[in-house]
Design a binder for this molecule. Structure first.
Ligand SMILES: *Cc1c(COP(=O)(O)O)cnc(C)c1O
Length: 355
């Protein structure tokens, strides 16, 4: 079986080996050192500043999205949400539940986010912007430079959910003046699910986190930052995942962010090229390197997807609801090679020819 899904992704041997070992005790200096090592390598990889900090949550990515909203905003705020699909809608739902006022840019199917959308927004009272920089449900990668400039110009707090984009597309915490970036273990980090990470800026810590009452115990960033000073977390962390993370970040640091992004891009572009060669298409808005949305004009995406699973053991990411027949998604993150592209493309071709 091979996973071509966005998360969990096909994992590397190192992480699977760590997964098979005894989990060590963690309230000691040995474990604190591992946590510090993770923090330092992650901050360097994304170019975060010395005073910016890292929060580790034992939860899936959505908890980190919710935690960021409740620790960094209050009902006095008004945030702009880029809502281009399932994950944008999730920020909308979170703000609704926690009564954070918001406006949204709702994109239609196949619509590219542009400056015009931003210009049309009434900026009165806006204090923040929430975006899933790669909207994983559609594959669209938004222009982070454009969003960053908009935030700078209007004095907005810039929150980036980069859960499926981090380490697949280029990213720079300091250059883009990001105030919080959200990462999760089971996507491009290629670890098991269960660990979510938020990197927050010094300004976010001082002006927001330290003065806002999060009304949460488990997700209170103040406690996480305080314990983080000694390389610990307030509650039992996903200890094994932190060891998996340490190994992965050491590898990523050894090759560098740029090379990692280039490697993923090479696989993504090769796949899209081969897809075109067998007569299939993908959307024309800007795409993340993390995945390719494959369009099926004969509306048989679900049938092809099932054959891939049952006949070849290749698992792709199905789309739900009214998109189930139109498209499926193929991930390029995790343990993938150009040969995997050949295998998958050949299988798709074979299935289509046999129908
Ligand atoms: C996967 C993903 C999430 C988090 O989903 P969980 O199931 O909670 O881990 C959030 N945002 C984006 C953009 C994602 O791709």
């Amino acid at each position: 079986m091979k996973l071509f899904t966005v998360g969990p992704v096909e994992m590397f041997d190192d992480q699977m080996n760590i997964g098979g070992q005894q989990v060590p005790y963690f309230r000691n200096d040995e474990f604190s050192k591992v946590v510090f090592d993770c923090k330092n390598n992650l901050k360097k990889l994304i170019n975060a500043g010395e005073k910016d900090d890292v929060i580790f949550l034992t939860a899936s990515g959505t908890a980190a999205m919710e935690a960021t909203v409740i620790n960094c905003f209050t009902p006095e705020d008004k945030v702009l949400i880029i809502n281009g699909g399932t994950f944008g809608q999730r920020f909308v739902d979170i703000c609704q539940i926690h009564r954070i006022p918001f406006v949204e840019i709702k994109l239609c199917e196949n619509e590219t986010l542009t400056q015009r959308h931003l210009d049309n927004i009434d900026k009165n009272g806006l204090t923040g912007l929430l975006v899933n920089i790669h909207e994983t449900s559609t594959g669209q990668l938004y222009n982070i430079e454009m969003l960053s400039q908009y935030c700078d110009k209007n004095g907005l707090i810039f929150v980036v959910d980069a859960i499926s984009s981090m380490f697949a597309d280029s990213f720079d915490f300091s250059k883009y003046n990001v105030d919080a970036v959200i990462v999760s273990s089971q996507k491009a980090l290629a670890l098991a699910p269960g660990l979510a990470i938020v990197v927050v800026s010094q300004q976010m810590i001082e002006k927001r986190i330290n003065v806002i009452d999060s009304h949460s115990m488990y997700l209170d960033f103040k406690e996480h930052l305080k314990n983080g000073l000694r390389g610990q977390t307030p509650f039992t962390p996903a200890v094994r995942l932190i060891y998996e993370l340490q190994n992965r970040l050491q590898y990523l640091s050894s090759i560098g962010m740029e090379q990692q992004v280039k490697n993923t891009e090479t696989i993504a572009l090769d796949f899209r090229n081969k897809l075109t060669n067998i007569g299939l298409k993908y959307p024309c808005y800007p795409l993340s390197n993390a995945e390719t949305v494959v369009l099926f004009p004969q509306l048989n995406a679900d049938v092809v997807g099932n054959h891939l699973k049952d006949d070849y053991g290749y698992i792709i990411n199905p789309n739900g609801g009214d998109k189930a027949k139109k498209m499926f998604r193929v991930a390029h993150i995790g343990n993938h090679t150009l040969e995997d592209n050949d295998l998958l493309i050949d299988a798709i071709k074979e299935i289509m020819n046999n129908k």
